[in-house]
Design a protein around this ligand. Structure first.
Ligand SMILES: [Zn+2]
Length: 322
């Protein structure tokens, strides 16, 4: 038996990605897309209500608490200097493939209650995200004053995975875990990057970023901001190097001179830093989530607030930053 199974072709990372996605979704996105297209959001949300309820219940409690404390909720594209000092929660959601259905749930509440927030889609980041493109694309039916669409990414990682490793997620992950790079200069010196200088790595990452934004614009009306994805590359580099090289985290890449070359207005975390917003993160202890939020709201400061929609759920084992 063992000898026979050894001859079976190993699945490549795309197969693995599909398998993961199949497990994660009980919802055929094509069908939901058809319902949105033909019946409109109202009808689609009422059909999906039983599926969306667990996330909608928790999100409604969060929204109720924010309003009870006298705060308004807004998306990041509207953030401006004069907002600072006002009781506003600038709310954003990092949407990975596992967040797609829960993010629909949140978008439904936004629509019901006239809330606006920013949905950062992990668009064309890995081959799994390409496979889930029909799910991410559902948000085109909801893009309006309640749902601002943005890009969730790490420019250097995205370019490496999709262009250098040609979307082979598994090979890319293996390389990340076995390559001791601490900075762009040492990355450029590794055999794989013999052809690229440090400047090339920056330029190519900018090119892939802009390519991704223009690809999103074929589906969505506008993409104004991005949020950084704290991925394996940034973590591996911080493990290998005493001082983390900022360029490997999206938040530090998408700023300064580079921002001028990127086809967006700003990155959420660096905007929050620039305006010195009170950052309300997710927490490992979900029982403390609402207590911690109440504490943050009592500061009366302007707040930036992140969540991964899948964790906006009473039953979630994990409410934490990713
Ligand atoms: Zn992320």
């Amino acid at each position: 038996m063992a000898a026979a199974s050894a001859n079976i072709e190993r699945p490549n990372s795309t197969h693995i990605a599909r398998k993961k996605a199949d497990k994660a979704f009980s919802l055929p996105f094509g069908m939901v897309d058809c319902i949105f297209e033909n019946e409109g959001p109202e009808h689609t949300f009422s059909m999906l209500r039983p599926l969306l309820t667990p996330w909608q219940d928790m999100y409604s409690r969060v929204v109720d608490l924010i309003y009870r404390k006298g705060y308004k909720i807004r998306g990041f594209h509207t953030l401006k200097k004069t907002d600072i000092g006002q009781k506003i929660v600038f709310l954003y959601h990092d949407v990975h493939f596992r967040d797609i259905v829960p993010a629909l749930a949140l978008a439904g509440i936004n629509r019901q209650r006239g809330i606006s927030s920013t949905f950062n889609l992990l668009w064309e980041f890995t081959s799994l995200d390409s496979f889930c493109r029909p799910g991410y694309s559902l948000f085109r039916h909801l893009e309006n004053e309640n749902v601002e669409i943005a890009l969730h990414t790490n420019p250097v990682s995205a370019w490496l995975n999709r262009k250098v490793f040609r979307g082979d997620d598994k090979a890319y992950m293996k390389w990340v875990h076995t390559t001791a790079v601490g900075d762009l200069h040492s990355l450029a010196k590794t055999p794989l990057f013999g052809a690229y200088s440090s400047q090339d790595i920056v330029d190519k990452s900018i090119d892939y970023f802009n390519e991704t934004v223009s690809d999103m614009k074929t589906v969505f009306r506008s993409i104004n901001v991005a949020s950084h994805h704290g991925d394996v590359l940034a973590r591996a580099i911080s493990n290998h190097s005493a001082s983390v090289v900022p360029i490997f985290t999206g938040a530090d890449f998408i700023m300064g001179d580079r921002l001028e070359r990127l086809d967006i207005d700003g990155e959420i975390r660096s905007m929050a830093r620039q305006y010195d917003l009170y950052h309300f993160n997710e927490t490992k202890n979900k029982k403390q989530y609402l207590t911690n939020l109440e504490f943050a709201l009592e500061s009366e400061q302007t707040i930036s607030m992140i969540n991964h929609p899948v964790d906006m759920h009473q039953g979630s084992k994990r409410i934490q930053f990713l």
